[in-house]
Ligand binder design. Structure first.
Ligand code: HEM
Length: 415
């Protein structure tokens, strides 16, 4: 076992830490302290292993002995014990099965194969004009010389509309999709309150009902959106009805809130490092590495899961089959054994082996889209505005453990 659980040190109460408001506001000092204590921690309360080191995470994220199917978590969300203890939670987690992120092996490959063609390089460059147009439309509406919440006015609506266009969903549905996705993103939190579970279950049922209606309508007259792609896979037997729905739900959630955090957190970092923002405005060629550094330094996704399919040895500890393993990405991305000056934001950092999109078979399928969206979003802003400055105190969302992002980022803009 890592140094973390040696006899002379106090045991770590992981769930208290992860729920602490100070931690949710700024997790890095605590993660650093825990990382110094050990890069692999075990929480006996929940039977969960936490990985805080880059080397360890590189191993588990790619190891064939480590899966992503949460149904294999011993005593976890799909177990009879859990069903008896928490019927609402059981219904919620069962309702998100089966989907690509929760399957391994052939089932995973089959589901991922349905969407993979949509994220290839050529498809991405075909999407660029649409993303530029959406970004320009939002920029036109940003007020000059006044305080505006950057999250509400730009970071949130841009990915929502991009997804809407990809799935051919009209703008009139944006506020409903946004409400559903902010309730359902908490599925990635590992631990939710009873109220949050109920809210997420309601959102899941409403979103599935909306999607079922859409599938029935579009089956008669298929188009070429990502939704129609999924419908074709349903029609040719590649996906079952349940898989079609759960994967569509997952696309909306995985594709929306995460990209909001990338754009919001990226802007926060540029505001805090105005010399780098000015340099980027002068010379856009660092935009690619700047986006990688946004992802590394303030990862919207903080926890990446694996379930041990077999006993697996990591750093001298046996992780038993059926245990959950969580990579704490805020620590992994700032591991001093991997990154020089890890607590320094450097938009030209190279190499930058950040793990915000995960790795191995489950590496984020939407990463090329998220990267391109961020590239376009920031290029357009910096081209248009000569001044972008902080106009108040930013507020981190404290109602989630994962999907670390802001609720309010007040900025003032000048052309
Ligand atoms: C900054 C934005 C994003 C972040 C930080 C992010 C992060 C992640 C992470 C951490 C995973 C799990 C990887 C693993 O377990 O190793 C994942 C998987 C996934 N993401 Fe993303 N994501 C983002 C954007 C998107 C977008 C735009 C879409 C789609 C439109 C998307 C769709 C998915 C899907 C479907 C999976 C499951 C892939 C699989 O299991 O094979 N994501 N993402």
């Amino acid at each position: 076992m890592s140094k973390s659980n040696t006899e002379h040190e106090q045991p770590i109460d992981w769930w208290t830490i992860l729920s602490d408001l100070e931690f949710l506001t700024d997790p890095y000092p605590t993660l650093k302290r825990l990382q110094k204590r050990g890069t692999l921690h075990f929480d006996p309360e929940t039977n969960i292993f936490f990985v805080l080191g880059h080397d360890g995470f590189s191993r588990i994220v790619k190891a064939p002995q480590m899966g992503r199917d949460t149904r294999k978590w011993k005593g976890g969300w799909n177990s009879p014990e859990y069903r008896d203890r928490d019927p609402i939670g059981y219904q919620l987690y069962s309702g998100s099965q089966p989907q690509m992120i929760n399957c391994d092996g052939d089932d995973h490959a089959r589901m991922r194969g349905v969407y993979a063609p949509a994220f290839r390089a050529q498809m991405m460059s075909d999407l660029a004009p649409m993303i530029k147009a959406e970004s320009a439309r939002l920029i036109e509406q940003l007020p000059l010389g006044k305080t505006v919440n950057f999250i509400e006015a730009y970071a949130a609506p841009l990915p929502l509309r991009v997804l809407g266009n990809l799935f051919d969903i009209p703008p009139s549905m944006d506020s409903a999709i946004s409400k559903w996705s902010s309730a359902l993103i908490r599925l990635a939190d590992i631990m939710m309150s009873p109220e949050q579970k109920l809210e997420a279950l309601t959102a899941q049922n409403e979103l599935k009902a909306y999607l079922s209606e859409q599938i029935a309508l579009r089956r008669k007259n298929p188009g070429d959106s990502l939704m129609d792609m999924a419908i074709r896979a349903l029609d040719d037997g590649t996906l079952s009805e349940e898989e079609t729905l759960t994967n569509l739900v997952s696309m909306f959630i995985a594709g929306h809130e995460t990209t909001v955090t990338l754009i919001g957190n990226g802007m926060f970092l540029l505001l805090k490092n105005s010399d780098q923002m000015n340099a980027l405005r002068q010379d856009n060629s660092s935009m690619r590495s700047a986006v990688e550094e946004f992802l590394r330094f303030e990862p919207g996704g903080n926890m990446i899961l694996r379930i041990a399919l077999e006993d697996y040895e990591l750093e001298g500890t046996i992780i038993p089959a059926g245990a959950m393993v969580i990579g704490m990405i805020g620590a992994v991305n700032r591991d001093p054994n991997k990154f020089d000056n890890p607590d320094q934001f450097d938009m030209n950092r190279s190499p930058n082996p950040q793990y915000t999109f995960g790795g191995g078979a489950h590496i984020c399928i939407g990463a090329p889209l998220a990267r391109m969206e961020a590239h376009i979003a920031f290029s357009a802003l910096l081209e248009k505005f000569s001044t972008i400055e902080l106009a108040g105190t930013p507020q981190w969302r404290l109602d989630r453990r994962n999907a670390r992002g802001m609720s309010n980022l007040p900025v003032r803009l000048e052309i």
